[in-house]
Design a protein around this ligand. Sequence first.
Ligand code: HEM
Length: 510
Amino acid sequence: MSATTIVLLLLSTILALIRVFVHGLGHSFTGNQKLSPGAAAGKSMPGPKPWPLIGDLPRLGGTASPFQAFSQMSRVYGEIYKLRLGSSDCVVVSSFRLIKEVLIAKGAHFGGRPDLLRFHALFGGDRNNSLALCDWSSLQKTRRGIARTYCSPRFASSNYDQLDRVASQETDCLIQHVDLHLRKSNSIHIKPLILAACANMFSSYMCSVRFKYEDTGFRDMVRRFDVIFWEINQGYAVDFLPWLQPFYSKHLDKLTGWTRDIRRFVHERVVEDRLQKEGGGGADAEPKDFTDALLAHLRDDPTPTWHHILYELEDFLGGHSAVGNLAMLVLTAIVRHPEVGKKIQEEVDSITKGTRSINLFDKAEMPYTEATILETLRTTSSPIVPHVATQNTTIADYPVQKGTIVFLNNYELNTAAEYWEDADQFRPERFISDGQIKKPEYFIPFSTGKRTCIGQKLVNGFCFILITRLLQHYDISALDLDQIDTRPACVALPPDSFPLKITHRSTSHT
Ligand code: HEM
């Protein structure tokens, strides 16, 4: 099961089903008063009075997204307030100032993750197998360290070249598949094709192996990852009300089964194949990819065990679902705002002059395209995984007990009028100043601090190539805008999502 899958969707995951569960008990917050925590030392943190047993869960039921409820409550209780969700003590932090205090100044006090049943079910019975859901530890530091070189390749390094190469090759293959579909119809369900391309980008880059789109095992693996990505996004009341477990046991078993299938595929088709063909590389050989680096680490230092290594690989391979869903959301924004697609095509044409394909090294010269991806990240507002206090500490001088779950409300950072002009409009230009990309410091779609996302360079690189190359070849529009349904604070689309109208551009652009 992918870390990314969970990472991106965690908050909405947890809370969306809670919304369903408590629907009807919703409470609406209309106040507009911001409390200053200022000299709050010694005072108790503001917050509503919880109901017995379910706590404040019903307060999250009155809006389309629980994040909207968090933001509304912040107008009443201020930039920091406490909530009780089921049996869990929680704190919601909504201002950049205090989010920085939690993630950076006091990152060492907030390195834990919530201990939810579902996390264990997804990771073979122990959430510490997961990079995103484990508590902070020296093992986690080691795992992040091994991943860094491959997941954050330096510009112009050999890994960066490799990233560019696999992104281009896999997009060529995607385009061949789209062309095949276009012989039959210009209405195409492009999401499974994009996901297959992304899965091959990740497996080629990290494991030097790719799969045919027709390969049933590969298709099942891609589908399972995507279904889980979407499924988790729906959220579960059982996360905060563990006594509901008997009602969810079938569901938890289903999740366990899907993740077991994925793990089997990674083991048999990626790792075993490699070990049989190459015996895991020579002791002194330079690792040729992430898989080699993991296997080499295992030889030198068995602290992360064989078992950990497999989970780490699976976690990173699963990152493709996040990239594929994000690429779909960029296309969704483009079909909703056709002028955005036209501007990207103009940018592409001005760089290539119709003589070649876009590559990663063009990115610096294509601020509008990059800004469109950033604006998609802003407007979809992927949640930050909740952090947990690992010691008694404070935020804004308010005492916070060890074990408290801390929600970092980046939905507020992404949508509030105090941070963005015309925040509800899709306007990539807001990220461009003097022809360069300019990101405000409070824009943190990948979070910040010691548990920041490891995959952001892969996301930016792969998504950039996918979008530019697709728009270089095709005009993409909606068959029916009403079919296109996206949710606030959600970076997932249903596995069986809407088709798009795809046509060849009238003149050749490559
Ligand atoms: C749309 C794409 C993505 C977005 C918006 C995103 C965002 C995030 C966010 C917000 C976090 C939480 C950080 C925190 O808790 O403070 C995170 C963690 C993480 N992400 Fe991503 N992510 C994306 C894709 C990826 C990909 C492709 C990978 C892997 C290749 C990845 C690997 C991870 C890992 C391993 C963590 C956990 C780090 C830790 O807890 O130490 N992410 N991501």
